[in-house]
Ligand binder design. Structure first.
Ligand code: PFF
Length: 494
């Protein structure tokens, strides 16, 4: 037997680390850490925070939902987000290949040989336990690719509403609008399938165009002014709502949880919302992680992204609910139209509202497109790497399929309004399928994969956390997060 001393092991590990450090994604790397943070925040912050979060909170009892949401972000979503980025950065390829790479790596046994001249051991080759061991894990990647396409199909339709609202605001349609006026404006718009189709087409076209140019080129430029701009306008709106009579009632609704309202279904929705809002469980952050240089701490960037995302969602709630209560809107029945029926009233009655309204919907549109890009990037890179497509071909194909599925969502607001499957219209079905089933399932599998299969030394090397933080993360990823997802999922399902 070879006698491998501690010293020898050190040298070997160092060699492996160096080899790993030299690997890069074929699609390039983010030019800086800040840029990765911007890109990941761009993916996380989107329609989910501003359009979906208030709607979900309203539908699920306000404060009860918010409290469960915050706990889910901290205990479930955040550790899984770290795991997902870890897979991407280590794998450096599309989600399917990255998972394959990591599971191969995890099943390797090193074979050593002693080099007598240098008086040290050399690692000569890797050997796999079992060739079949690692192929199943790729399925997480495939599932993610499909989830991304489904989410984008309806996401794009809602983004289309946003573009239309830019013009509505700009043309002064919101001036002094009443609650009934705003509601009928929205109803009229969503009953018009052709108009929605036009915006949906335009949005999909823009997304594919940016993706076809490579994520970095377009994204780096857009995101630099988007994030600060969005924050600023949200703060202005927050200032405005403090003057409304329903301000305290709105805050109370949002932050004072009625614990009786915490049901299995509320918990399920809140957990799904955490996955959706942080863009985890489908490979979006995995692919962004694959463009992240090995120099940066995953933990640090993740915390910043999660904080920014939560902040924007809560701020959106702080803005929407005072308007809801001031104008006596029923929060439980507005559904996905909630922000499109409330915000115009705010813009219509505040000084400079036309400008702020226009600016707001422009920023929301940008927030949507930076998330949309991350939704199809996994599918596009899969076609490029595994099916020999050019970036343009891949974007076009995936874009077309997504666009086609999106038409179903448009119809569920008009022609197919009354067509339901499992009690849901087409749009609600896709939304529930992704947020409540596919994303949690993807996140759960990633937690198991990184928590149990990936070698401890690999995650230590990638995460570069302090000992105590690493231990906390490891407990969360191995025990708390997967068990919580399963319990919530099963209870919700019942
Ligand atoms: N996080 C985005 C939002 O809140 O709007 C939506 C999203 C993007 C979900 C990317 C999932 C994803 F992979």
């Amino acid at each position: 037997m070879y006698n491998i001393t501690y010293y020898h092991k050190l040298i070997i590990n160092k060699e492996i680390t160096i080899a790993q450090n030299e690997r890069k994604s074929i699609h390039g790397q983010w030019s800086s850490k800040v840029l990765f943070i911007f890109a990941a925040t761009g993916s996380a912050v989107g329609l989910g925070n501003i359009w979906k979060f208030p709607w979900m909170a309203a539908e699920n009892g306000g404060g009860a939902f918010v409290i469960v949401y915050l706990v889910s972000v901290a205990l479930i979503a955040l550790p899984i987000m770290i795991a997902e980025i870890l897979i991407g950065r280590r794998g450096k390829q599309n989600p399917v290949n990255s998972l394959r790479y990591l599971s191969k790596e995890a099943s390797q046994v090193k074979v050593y040989e002693v080099d007598h001249d240098l008086n040290r051991t050399k690692q000569t080759k890797y050997q796999h336990h079992n060739q079949e061991d690692y192929t199943n894990w790729e399925l997480i990647g495939w599932m993610g690719v499909i989830s991304g396409i489904i989410i984008l199909s309806f996401y794009s339709v809602i983004a289309g509403w946003t573009i239309s609202y830019i013009f509505k605001s700009f043309s002064g349609l919101f001036n002094q609008v009443t609650i009934d006026g705003a509601t009928s404006l929205f109803k009229k718009f969503t009953s018009d399938a052709e108009r929605q189709l036009a915006w949906h087409t335009i949005f999909m076209f823009m997304t594919c165009y940016i993706v076809s140019k490579g994520v970095r080129g377009g994204l780096e430029k857009a995101i630099k002014f988007l994030i600060p701009g969005l924050f600023m306008i949200l703060l202005i709106l927050t200032g405005y709502v403090t003057t409304l009579s329903g301000f305290t009632e709105g805050l109370r609704y949002l932050f004072l949880p009625d614990l009786n309202k915490i049901t299995a279904s509320v918990v399920w929705s809140a957990m799904g919302m955490a996955f959706f809002s942080l863009s985890i469980g489908m490979g979006a952050l995995m692919i962004y992680g694959s463009y992240l240089s090995n120099k940066f701490s995953i933990f640090e960037v993740t915390s910043i992204v999660a904080f920014a995302d939560t902040f924007v969602a809560v701020l959106a709630g702080i803005i929407i609910f005072p308007i809801v209560f001031t104008y006596h809107l029923d929060p439980t029945t507005a559904g996905p139209g909630l922000i499109f029926q409330t915000l115009p009233i705010a813009f219509g009655s505040m000084p400079g509202g036309e400008t702020f309204g226009t600016l707001f919907f422009i920023l929301l549109f940008f927030a949507a497109i930076t998330s949309a890009i991350s939704l199809i990037e996994p599918a596009v890179t899969l076609l490029i790497e595994n099916f020999r497509h050019t970036r343009a071909e891949a974007s076009l194909k995936i874009g077309f399929v997504t666009w086609l599925v999106g038409i179903g969502t448009i119809f569920s607001f008009n022609y197919w309004q009354d067509v339901t499957i499992l009690g849901m219209n087409f749009f609600n079905l896709l939304d529930a399928l992704t947020s409540k089933v596919l994303l949690p399932l993807g996140g759960f599998s990633m937690a198991i994969f990184v928590g149990y299969l990936v070698k401890r030394r690999t995650s230590v090397a990638e995460l570069k956390m302090s000992q105590s933080m690493y231990t906390i993360w490891r407990v969360l990823i191995r025990y708390i997060a997967p068990v919580a997802v399963m319990v919530i999922f099963t209870n919700g399902f019942m």
